[in-house]
Design a protein around this ligand. Structure first.
Ligand code: ZN
Length: 226
């Protein structure tokens, strides 16, 4: 969706924001407008900013994992569908692949755990109701970000991890084919869930995009095998 806007360097990594992010923000703001008063809009904006900060944390988790192996990160880009980090080189060994792919979801799960610990140990009296509600939503969002990305299908992080492990027992092309098909399955379930009313129409979009990426991966492996 056009050239991402460069927001400058944070922790040594350039942060870029795709224009699509503002579309997502707009969807949340419209949702907030449906509630009476202006508080709904403020809450939705707060939540969507925190949501993109969680996605940023996810990508910086990958950057941190990569740094452990001396792999640099050029930039992190936030997009309509989440984000991606561009590394200076692809991970080579099984351990590198697992750590670099796993550290993104791990960052979200750690944040979710930290936040729920905070919510569990604080009485809600001291925190305004809507702030409490936003933090609860943030816990769920980070749980979903962490767990969903660990599903073992291409192009998810879990797909990379599964592929790295499978590739120890079979040819890489076979491992790619398997995670590609699992990715198609995950995408199909996501579309079905979205169509049956789960989440927003956004779920269907994400499912279709994942499915397209997985289908391309399967075609690429099949095309190069013979
Ligand atoms: Zn990731």
């Amino acid at each position: 969706m056009g050239t991402p806007i460069n927001l400058g360097r944070l922790f040594g990594v350039y942060l870029r924001v795709d224009i699509g992010v503002f579309l997502i923000a707009a969807i949340f703001v419209i949702d907030g407008l449906r509630q009476p008063g202006f508080g709904g809009v403020v809450d939705e904006i707060t939540f969507v900013v925190l949501l993109f900060m969680s996605i940023y944390l996810h990508e910086m988790g990958h950057a941190f994992g990569a740094r452990l192996f001396g792999i640099g990160t050029h930039d992190v880009t936030l997009t309509f569908f989440g984000g991606y980090a561009r590394l200076s080189r692809t991970p080579r060994t099984t351990l590198e692949e697992i750590v670099v792919s796993g550290s993104g979801p791990a960052a979200n799960l750690l944040l979710a755990a930290g936040l729920s610990f905070f919510l569990g140990s604080t009485s809600s009296d001291g925190v305004a109701d809507h702030s409490w509600f936003i933090l609860e939503r943030l816990v769920y969002a980070n749980l979903i970000l962490g767990i969903f990305n660990l599903l073992p299908g291409y192009p998810l992080d879990g797909g990379n991890i599964a592929q790295a492990i499978l590739a120890r027992f079979m040819r890489r092309s076979q491992a790619r084919l398997i995670t590609g098909y699992i990715g198609l399955g995950v995408a199909g379930l996501l579309v079905l869930w979205g169509l049956s009313g789960g989440g927003f129409g956004f779920t269907v979009l994400v499912g279709l995009m994942l499915g397209f990426a997985a289908w391309q991966e399967v075609q690429a492996v099949k095309g190069s095998r013979f």
